[in-house]
Design a protein around this ligand. Sequence first.
Ligand code: AN0
Ligand code: CP
Length: 315
Amino acid sequence: MKHFTSILQLGDLSEALAEAAAVKADPFADQQLGRNKTVLLVFFNNSLRTRLSTQKAALNLGMNPIVLDVNQGAWKLETGRGVVMDGDKSEHLLEAIPVMGSYCDMIGVRSFARFESKEDDYNEVILNQFIQYSGKPVFSMEAATRHPLQTFADIITIEEHKTKPRPKVVMTWAPHPKALPQAVPNSFIEGMSMTDYDFVIANPEGYDLAPEFVGNARVTHDQDEALAGADFVYAKNWASYEQYGQVLSRDRSWTVTKEKMALTDNAFFLHCLPVRRNMIVSDDVIESPRSLVIPEAANRVVSAQTVMKRLLERL
Ligand code: AN0
Ligand code: CP
C-alpha cells in the first residue's frame, strides 16, 4: 500500500482488523517507527475529528504532524491548468504540491467534492494531483468520492459491537438542509463489500448513489422495510448523484427517530459526525445507550494509526 485512497486498499479485512485491534491495545508500541518522520495534513475543508484523530495517531507513532488549512492563511490556490492568473489566486496547486511534499514524509489530504463538475469530482482531480506531484505517500482524509479512514473506523466499531456473525446493517439517507458529498456513503458501501454482513441501502427516489459504488448492494426506497430487523443503523445525508449536487428533499419522515428505531432489532445507531440533530437523528436516539457515535469517533485514531503505520512500514 503506497497510497491510501480507498478502503479496498487495506486488502484482507480480517488482517487489517487484527492490526487495528493490536494498535488499540498498545497504542505506543510503534513509537520508534515514526521517529524523525513528518506527516503533513492538508485541509481544503473544515474538520474536527479528522484533524484531531490523525494528529493523535501520528503522535502515537512517534511522528511529527504539521497541519495546513489551505483556506486560512495560505495563498489562495488556482487548480485549473492554463488559467491566466490575474484574479485573486496567488499560487498554483502545481507549485504548492511539490513544495508541500518537500517538507514531509507523507501527506494526508482533505478535499471534498466541489459539486461544480461531476466528472472532476469523480476523477478525484485534486487528490490525484497530490499523488502525482508530491513525491510522497498520500492518504485521503475524505476526498471527493471516498472517506476510507471513516469507513475503517465504522467497521472496527461494528466488529466491536456485533452479537451475530452476520449482522444486518442498514445505511439510510436522512434529511439535511445543505448539499453534502457522497464520499461517506460511497466509501461505506465499499467497506461493506469487504464483509459478509447483510447490507441494505435505503434512500428516497432521486438519491441512488453512483452505480460504480452501489455495485450489487441491495437498494430500497422504503426506509421502514429496510429498518425491519436491523442490527446497525448507519445514517447519512448525501446530495443527489443523478441531479448532481442537488438537494431534492428535506423530508423529515426520513429522520431516524425512536419510532424508526423501534422497527429494528434493538439496533445500534452510527453516524460519522458532525450530525444535525432532529434533521438526521432525534435527540433521544443519539443520546440513547444504543448510540455508538462517540466510540465510533474515538476509533478514528485507531483507523488513522493503523493506516499510517502501514505507510511508514513501506517508506
Ligand atoms: C461532511 C460530509 O458529509 O462529507 C463531512 C463528514 C465527515 N459533512 C459536512 O460537511 C457537514
Ligand atoms: N467524521 C469526520 O470526518 O469528521 P470531521 O469532518 O470533523 O473530520
